[in-house]
Design a protein. Structure first.
Length: 231
């Protein structure tokens, strides 16, 4: 089932426009700098709860990706689809001149390659066709990170925080589409992200409700809880 779904998403349900879109979504280097800029602006101009949500999101990513994903990748050691499955499409964002930001690759034709699958015995630092080193596949760190952030935002802001959820799901889907992960990798990453986001948000809120009145009573009176009362 995992393999069949991967074939459908990666090889059958494709189009040139989708190649361009999902290669961009899947490429951290293209949009991460702009996301960082937005976070800085939010920290400077956002209110207390928004700043607290950024802290919780950082903790959530640390729990889900830094601990959960990292441990499982080393424990499971599953190769990526392009390393073992013949015919997998590896879709990457189009190249850009050195002086231009990576986001400009969105306007270039994406690179679509079909590396031959190789069953390699050495999982750590596996080498693919072009000699580059690929990481372990299970679970997906992209899926974990973004679902962790989405979970935190939903817990902090309710339905308004859910606005980020479609983006997190698109990023998770893009990892299958571009040949980087199996569907099960992405599902496991999403579950880890939800767990990490829930633990971080609830844990930070518990600490706030327990200690804030003693440390910052005025702020605690204004914000008796960090997360949304409906969460």
């Amino acid at each position: 089932m995992d393999q069949q779904l991967q074939i459908l998403i990666n090889r059958e349900w494709t189009a040139p426009l989708s190649d361009r879109l999902f290669s961009f979504i899947s490429d951290y280097g293209a949009w991460a700098p702009w996301l960082l800029l937005l976070l800085v602006l939010a920290l400077v101009f956002g209110n207390f709860r928004f700043r607290a949500s950024i802290l919780a999101a950082g903790l959530a990513v640390g729990l889900s990706d830094g601990i959960g994903v990292n441990l499982l990748k080393h424990a499971v050691g599953r190769p990526r689809p392009s390393q073992v499955e013949p015919g997998v499409r590896v879709v990457k964002l189009g190249s850009t001149p050195a002086k231009l930001p990576r986001i400009c690759g969105l306007f270039a034709d994406p690179a679509v390659n079909f590396p031959q699958g190789n069953t390699l015995p050495e999982i750590p630092g596996m080498m693919i066709e072009d000699g580059s080193v690929e990481g372990r596949s299970f679970p997906s760190g992209h899926a974990a990170n973004n679902m962790a952030v989405a979970t935190v935002l939903i817990l902090f802001f309710g339905w308004r925080g859910a606005i980020y959820l479609p983006f997190a799901l698109l990023i998770a889907y893009s990892r299958i589409y571009t040949g980087s992960h199996w569907p099960l990798d992405v599902l496991a990453g999403m579950i880890l992200g939800i767990a990490g986001g829930w633990l971080a948000a609830k844990g930070l809120d518990l600490a706030w409700r327990r200690f804030a009145r003693k440390i910052v009573p005025r702020l605690a009176e204004k914000y008796p809880t960090m997360i949304s009362p409906k969460s």
